[in-house]
Every structure is written in C-alpha cells, then in structure tokens.
Design a protein. Structure first.
Ligand code: ADP
Length: 171
C-alpha cells in the first residue's frame, strides 16, 4: 500500500511546539502528501498559550513546507479525520511511559472508527527527552532553550513569563 496520496493528521496540545514535535512533522511530511497539525482547543490541560497562539507558532515554523498545514479542533479527533476524509492519525513516542497511554488512545479511536490507523512514530534520539512541560519550566526559570525550540517560540515564552511576572509585581 502506498503511503502517498494520503493525509496524515497529527493532533496534540503543542503548548508550545518544540524540536521533538518539529522532527516528527518533518519526517511525516516526507511520507504523506499532506500533514495537518491539529491543535487541541478543548484539552483538559491548563495551557500557557491560547489555541490561536499555538497555531500561529506552528505555522511560522512550517511556513516553507507547503504540505504542512495547521488547524484547530475541539471534540473528537476521529470526527475531524472523518470530516477531512483522512485515515492516518500520527502520534509521537518518547519513552515507555508514553506507550500505555498512546496504545489505549489508539484502541479507543479504533473502536470509534475502525477505518482509522494510528501511526506511532519514535522520537529521534536527540529529542526524546523534550516535553512542552519541561520547556515551560526552563523558560519560567530563564534557562537556556537553545536547540529545544525555535527562536520564535523562545521569544514568545520570554514574553509570556515577563508579562506574568509583571502582573505579579515581580518586575
Ligand atoms: P498531548 O497533550 O496530546 O500529549 P503534546 O503536545 O504533549 O500533546 O504532544 C503531541 C504528540 O507529540 C504526542 O503524541 C506526544 O507523545 C508527542 N511528543 C511530545 N514530545 C515529543 C518528543 N520529544 N519527541 C517525539 N514526540 C513527542
């Protein structure tokens, strides 16, 4: 079966996008005609960036990759795939700890729509330690994010944390 002529959808929080996500998207964009990075709006997580801000940061990162687009969604990912006539749902895998969660999500989605295949892509070794949560922790404490996020993301993180410390009267 050819992987070409197909749409791959990569859903997640991307709060914010980091080099681990970027690596997965770049690799997938070489296999599929079109990749849609889907930013979750209705996540139960407390996010630092609004869905629109997260979308813009991803769009800026992939402005020179024409087959990568970004969309927002709230609701079931399977419904989004159905709407787009897409069948491939991509998720990234870092360590064993990701595996159980991703397997149960894949099985739930399969139950909801048997036509959908979840494609689990291993993180490249140089990025397996990266998480959005860790990135925010480093940014909050003014650590060095070189090689972990794009310059735009680094700048946006700085602005967020400067604003939040100003509003708390720390600066
Ligand atoms: P979610 O809240 O849906 O887990 P994330 O934005 O944290 O969203 O991650 C989106 C996807 O990217 C998930 O499949 C996650 O496992 C994967 N991912 C996160 N960090 C990395 C990384 N460093 N390398 C590869 N994949 C990753």
């Amino acid at each position: 079966m050819s992987l070409k002529n197909k749409i791959a959808v990569y859903p997640g929080s991307f709060d914010p996008i980091h080099c681990g996500h970027i690596d997965i998207i770049q690799r997938i964009s070489k296999l599929y005609d079109k990749v849609i990075v889907l930013v979750a709006c209705s996540s139960q997580k407390m996010n630092l960036f609004t869905p629109e801000e997260r979308k813009v940061l991803i769009e800026k990162t992939f402005k020179s990759t024409p087959n990568v687009s970004v969309d927002l969604f709230s609701g079931l990912v399977v419904d989004y795939l159905h709407e787009k006539n897409a069948h491939i749902l991509v998720r990234g895998l870092r360590a064993v700890v990701d595996f159980e969660y991703e397997m149960s999500m894949a099985n739930m989605n399969k139950k909801l729509d048997p036509e959908i295949e979840t494609l689990l892509v291993f993180s490249s070794p140089e990025y397996y330690y990266l998480s959005s949560r860790g990135i925010k922790e480093i940014a909050m404490n003014r650590g060095n994010l070189k090689g972990m996020v794009s310059e735009e993301v680094e700048e946006s993180l700085k602005n967020k944390f400067i604003k939040s410390s100003q509003s708390k009267g720390k600066i």
